[in-house]
Design a protein around this ligand. Sequence first.
Ligand SMILES: Nc1ncnc2c1ncn2[C@@H]1O[C@H](COP(=O)(O)OP(=O)(O)OP(=O)(O)O)[C@@H](O)[C@H]1O
Length: 628
Amino acid sequence: MYLKGSADPLTSSPSSSPSPSAWQGFWRKVSMLLPYVWPKGSTALQGLVLLCVGLLVTERLVNVLVPVYSKNIVNELSAEGGWSSLIATVCIYTLLKFLQGGGAGTSGFISNLRQFMWIRVQQFTSRGVQVCLFSHLHGLSLRWHLERRTGDVLRSVDRGTSSINNLLSYILFSILPTICDIIIAIIYFVSYFSVWFGLIVFTCMVLYLTCTILITEWRTKYRREMNNQDNKAKSRAVDSLLNFETVKYYNAEDYEVRCFEEAILKYQHCEWKSSASLALLNQTQNIIIGSGLLAGSLLCAYLVYEGQFQVGDYVLFGTYIIQLYTPLNWFGTYYRLIQSAFVDMENMLALLTEQKEVQDAEDAQDLQLIAGQVEFDRVCFSYVPGTEVLRDVTFTVEAGQTVALVGPSGSGKSSILRLLFRFYNPQSGSIRIDGQDISKVCQSSLRSYIGVVPQDTVLFHDTVGNNIRYSRVTASDQEVERAAMAADIHTRILELPQGYDTEVGERGLKLSGGEKQRVAIARTILKEPQIILLDEATSSLDTQTERNIQASLAKVFTNRTTIVVAHRLSTIAGANQILVVHNGQITERGRHEELLAQGGLYAAMWMKQQKSLHTETETLMNHQTQDT
Ligand SMILES: Nc1ncnc2c1ncn2[C@@H]1O[C@H](COP(=O)(O)OP(=O)(O)OP(=O)(O)O)[C@@H](O)[C@H]1O
């Protein structure tokens, strides 16, 4: 019954600080669970929940009646009673046992029926939680996603979801019924036998619960450590497999295997501590229950011996106490499982309560795109406080014009595009489209007008066709093909084994860098956005393909506002305006000829590129001469 692999805090190392109790924030966690218990909006499921509760109550009643009928059978057998009354008693007893089940962990008719009816409710809960989490994760900011390991997040989601289901069924169908059974048993023993029997059961229960809670609380830190190491081992494996190519480049298979084995060893060290402390807990519980059973049985046997009780009373006591003993033995396990489930839930709740960094304003309206003019007005931005990436960036892209951002690597060009797409909010200044501040419009409407071809194109593990269609899922096959033709990839796709139905592999690894870029361009062409952001969109292509694509892009995107980031200056020489970004600031601006005339950074970059182009051409021609 030991649950392996539960959540650990994603960000902190539990071993470095005293682990907080899993019960911390108990009511907050329970209140988050409650909406999932009552299936709102479905009368049928609500009926099922009520039926399950009804069955639970019936089960409690049956639990009291079974020992009473055991006693009646023994008493009727010892006395000279009538045969027909004995048959009736035996039949009722058998019916009750059929309803109750029992013995070697078999569940009876009632609990089987309850479990069956609970399936739909459980599925409703599980679906609700998973969908809510998935949608929440998509709503979180790019910064949050970049800082997290996907493997860790997925494990937290998995364990959190199953922990909610487990928690509900443990609390509703195990802990609550067991507590009710204990209270009913104490009342029954006090009123039917004597206060001594009630006292024995009561003391035994108090001792049992106290020891269970104390030892379980003590061993929680081992479980947390174990989870932490488990997560580390798994994310190490995921990271290693995702970087399969890099591992091969550096012949690092042995190193990766060693690191993974070390991570598993650390996990197993913690697992040993967790399992050893579990064995200690189980033994303690057995000793307490065994002592209670011994004390009660001796007292009952003495009273029968003295003639104060009938033999049937001893049977009643024995049956009742054993009947309590079985679920009580599970009580410790359920306490531990609930505690683990709470630990598992912690990360998931942390994910659910994670604030969205970029949020729509309360009164956010849809962006009303008129012509597509883009303005940056004294924009300052930093990813990390204290390190400014953009300083006082001001420029305007008139509707339908093309503006190019050039400059040294790391100067902040892509950051300008990310701000326009609202992946981040600037610290100061404003960005406007057709005069509307983008921080005041709905993100979804803003993004619907912008098409981005990013620096690194990552494709879905799907067919080429579906990857292109991703920007407009309702597009027809002809539209997809037209977009592919404009991106100069149509002929190449037809050469693939299954044409547009060819799978591109994980992250598009089966395509070359240039092919991926062209698929991304086709995707953006299909979206038909009013504003286009090209972040070195053609950097992986040869000069001829680049020219072809640029010619078709110019055709497809005529009169659309375009911002291009480029390293190869020859590709943007015709832009309406060129902005030179240096150390987060715009240091030069103007048309190609104007910037050359200025003799600044742009002119220097241009000269350098022309020179290396010249050298390359010379080398190529020399080769050709030698060949002939
Ligand atoms: N998510 C991030 N968190 C912290 N710093 C970042 C992040 N992304 C980029 N940076 C830093 O911000 C600076 C500007 O990055 P940016 O990607 O805008 O540069 P760039 O001009 O587009 O570079 P390149 O031409 O090499 O693509 C760099 O120093 C980079 O290290």
